[in-house]
Design a protein around this ligand. Structure first.
Ligand SMILES: Cc1cc2nc3c(=O)[nH]c(=O)nc-3n(C[C@H](O)[C@H](O)[C@H](O)COP(=O)(O)OP(=O)(O)OC[C@H]3O[C@@H](n4cnc5c(N)ncnc54)[C@H](O)[C@@H]3O)c2cc1C
Length: 387
């Protein structure tokens, strides 16, 4: 557990470039994006132009193969100004990685270039009304009929499904335990038999529509199954590894963005004839925030570096980073609102939005309780009991 990370000059340039673009081209519209709740196609265009959808996809398939730590750096910079925009960038990285790891040559050649280029927006569809933390309760079924599968069921809370060109869908293909009875399929927009039945009303990340999906005799060729029949459980676990580190990445950015804003405000706001940043009580809050962000960032970058090394440690550190950073950001954004007093509660300032967006990060990609279970189990594996 002692390996450390070092950013390369390419990674520093990437962070700077994405940061500049985000501050200039996304930040000024973040409040509007939240207010209108419309999918920001121009932001999608900016991310596409910088090639950010292909960060973990090999060059042979149209990506830049920059790796997970680079993806973390890019998402941090986008998350600093707009959580919805960061989710648009994260989805292709998660789904691209699933197809890269589990797809056959033909599937990689077919899907990865369109994901890397941004021509197709992908979505990830696992959750059901009674199943997410507990995959054994998955009820969406894919019945095999000769060389195709027929999918029936419903999925809940699926972001981007309304604009997606393809989705990875998890469905039961057998009766036994979830470990060997769940499979994953690429469902394309053109495949008949699926539709968006409802768009959820929610607390934050308004531009990303979380959809309820209905599958009614949705016919999928066998060629669209990723991995082996019944191999979906491992794919679900691996995809959570990736998505949780990306959630931590956009959230460290969110925390930094909230801190920067609150810090600037405390330096300008005058009470009792002095800037409020001169009060020790305020300085203690700023100091705690700065320390927590630094600690979280270090853990997160280490997780990204471990994943790039292909080490098992990536799973452990990714879960640690997800829990630490998202819990920290929830507290930090709440404190940042506090630092602005009454103004913090108002929509004229970005902090109430950031606080709403922070809450989601503790819930998605494995709730923080389930991430803690992973951390606990992984630690016990490394330090087995001697009694
Ligand atoms: C905005 C948004 C975006 C989402 N994006 C996606 C997506 O892209 N794709 C997708 O498939 N799903 C997505 N989801 C679903 C999300 O991943 C799940 O909602 C989340 O993982 C929790 O599952 P659940 O809602 O079924 O809660 P439950 O599993 O019912 O959990 C309820 C509570 O019980 C706790 N709990 C459960 N089991 C345990 C345990 N063993 N020990 C201790 N506590 C436990 C949980 O931590 C939680 O606090 C999204 C959800 C939201 C709100």
């Amino acid at each position: 557990m002692t390996e450390h990370y070092q950013l390369t000059s390419e990674q520093n340039i990437l962070k700077e470039t994405v940061g500049r673009m985000a501050q200039e081209k996304i930040g000024p519209y973040a409040a509007e994006i939240d207010e209108t709740g419309e999918f920001p196609w121009d932001v999608h265009g900016q991310l596409k132009e910088l090639g950010l959808f292909g960060l973990v996809i090999p060059e042979d398939y149209g990506g830049s193969d920059a790796g997970m730590l680079s993806a973390v750096l890019a998402l941090e910079e986008i998350g600093r100004v707009c959580s919805s925009s960061a989710i648009i960038c994260a989805a292709p990285i998660v789904v691209g990685r699933i197809i890269l790891e589990s797809g056959n040559d033909e599937q990689k050649r077919k899907y990865l270039p369109q994901i890397a280029s941004g021509e197709t927006i992908p979505a990830f569809a696992l959750t059901e009304s009674d199943a997410d933390s507990d995959l054994a309760r998955l009820t969406t079924k894919a019945d095999r009929e000769e060389d195709r599968y027929i999918i029936n069921g419903r999925k809940y809370f699926i972001p981007l499904a309304d604009v997606a060109g393809l989705m990875t869908v998890f469905a039961r293909t057998g009766q036994g335990s979830a470990m060997d009875a769940v499979s994953v399929f690429v469902v394309e927009r053109e495949n008949p038999g699926w539709s968006v039945s409802r768009i959820e009303r929610k607390m934050g990340t308004q531009a990303i529509h979380d959809c309820e999906l209905i599958f009614e005799r949705c016919v999928i060729p066998e060629a669209n199954r990723l991995g082996k029949d019944g191999g979906g459980f491992i794919i679900a676990m691996r995809s959570q590894e990736v998505s949780c580190i990306l959630t931590a990445a956009r959230t460290i950015g969110l925390a930094q963005g909230a801190f920067d804003y609150a810090l600037g405000y405390t330096q300008e706001r005058i009470q009792f004839g002095r800037s409020i940043s001169s009060f020790q009580g305020i300085q203690f809050m700023l100091a705690d925030m700065a320390m927590q962000i630094e600690a979280g960032r270090y853990l997160l970058y280490k997780a990204g570096a471990e994943m790039d090394r292909g080490a098992d440690e990536g799973y452990l550190y990714g879960s640690m980073a997800k829990c630490f950073v998202t819990d920290m950001a929830m507290k930090l954004t709440t404190d940042a609102v506090q630092l602005l007093g009454g103004y913090g509660y108002m929509k004229d300032h970005p902090l109430e939005r950031m606080m709403r967006d922070a809450k989601l990060t503790q819930v998605v990609d494995g709730t923080n309780q389930s991430r803690r279970l992973v951390v606990g189990r992984e630690i016990l594996k490394r330090y087995p009991t001697t009694v």
